[in-house]
Ligand binder design. Structure first.
Ligand code: SF4
Length: 331
């Protein structure tokens, strides 16, 4: 008879942060820029099909708030709700390196002026990097934790074209290596599953590409339709249908099974916090339900991260063993 589970069948970002900080840290998402190369139409680029007018901000009211007000408001909310004591400031919305270095410096200084802030995370894209940005990250790395999350979304150029990302898979891979070669930041990427024509082979290949990258973490999203996005028009015209939860869960399972045990996962699916903006699929509203559904599917099939990954190094084998144990029921 099963009495529970030792843990989740994947390496969680909480575990990653716990190893780095020795305590649980919470992210405060903030908005400090209001644009990106796509929205500006640079070099003929277009807004990404899935992106709403808030530039993927977690809280849309942050667009009109000073950085200090955002930090203080969400610090208080999160600290009260979770008894949280340690935080990272997450420069999330739009493209955070699409601004002057002096503005970035000012924002980083504000973020680090709070004693409970352990560092910050910068969201960006592959074509908004420069030597001066790398130098700045390295400078702040000397006194704080600095992480970067890059919107890669796909390693297949036809999918990137569908999403109108305005960069290629090759550009993403090159940017990842450039960051790893020139900085000491904790680097992660975002991926989107559920593009038209996506197959299991795409998912396995994606895991294999990720396994060769110098990053530490991955965030997964399902492609979903928000109001007032280009994708909404495609959805109503019958040109795009989101994948169902069962198919998505199977793709996540496949990805995790082939993924090296060294990577931490932020989240396994997208979540629409602004329910009134979600067009489809309905299940994207249900954050905990979808997360639990994916976990249940993994456990029902005794699947776990790195299960089908050929670990060779002693470190990978050790991490794979931990994941094998975590994914087993307590009898
Ligand atoms: S997803 Fe990012 S890069 Fe794309 S349009 Fe939105 S803010 Fe710009």
């Amino acid at each position: 008879m099963e009495k529970g589970w030792l843990g989740l069948p994947y390496h969680t970002i909480s575990e990653h942060y716990n190893q780095l900080f020795g305590e649980k840290v919470y992210k405060i998402p903030v908005t400090v820029v209001d644009n990106c190369p796509n929205r500006m139409g640079l070099k003929g680029m277009q807004t990404c099909v899935f992106c709403d007018v808030w530039g993927s901000a977690a809280n849309k009211e942050t667009l009109s708030m000073e950085l200090r007000s955002q930090i203080e408001k969400y610090h208080e909310l999160i600290a009260r709700k979770y008894k949280a004591k340690a935080f990272l400031i997450y420069f999330q919305a739009y493209t955070n390196t699409f601004t002057k270095v002096s503005a970035l410096r000012n924002n980083f200084d504000i973020a680090l002026s709070y004693p409970w802030v352990k560092g910050f995370t910068v969201g960006t894209r592959p074509d908004c990097l420069s030597k001066s940005v790398f130098d700045l990250w390295n400078e702040y790395h000397e006194k704080s934790f600095v992480a970067v999350e890059m919107g890669v979304q796909s390693f297949f150029n036809d999918q990137l074209e569908f999403m109108r990302r305005g960069h290629t898979a090759e550009a993403s891979i090159e940017a990842i290596h450039k960051i790893a070669d020139n900085t000491k930041v904790d680097l992660g990427i975002h991926l989107i599953f559920g593009n038209p024509g996506e197959t299991d082979e795409h998912i396995v290949k994606t895991a294999e590409i990720v396994n060769g990258l110098p990053i530490t973490n991955v965030k997964l999203h399902n492609l979903h339709v928000l109001k007032e996005t280009p994708l909404e028009g495609m959805y109503h015209a019958g040109e795009f249908s989101p994948i169902d939860r069962e198919t998505y869960a199977r793709r996540v399972e496949l990805f995790l099974q082939h993924l090296s045990p060294r990577f931490a996962l932020h989240r396994l699916a997208a979540y629409s916090s602004r329910w009134d903006e979600l067009v489809a699929p309905e299940w994207t509203k249900d954050k905990m339900g979808t997360h639990q559904y994916i976990i249940d599917q993994l456990r029902a099939k005794s699947s776990y991260q790195s299960q089908l990954f050929a670990a060779e190094s002693a470190t990978d084998l050790e991490k794979q063993n931990i994941l094998t144990k975590k994914s087993r029921p307590i009898i």
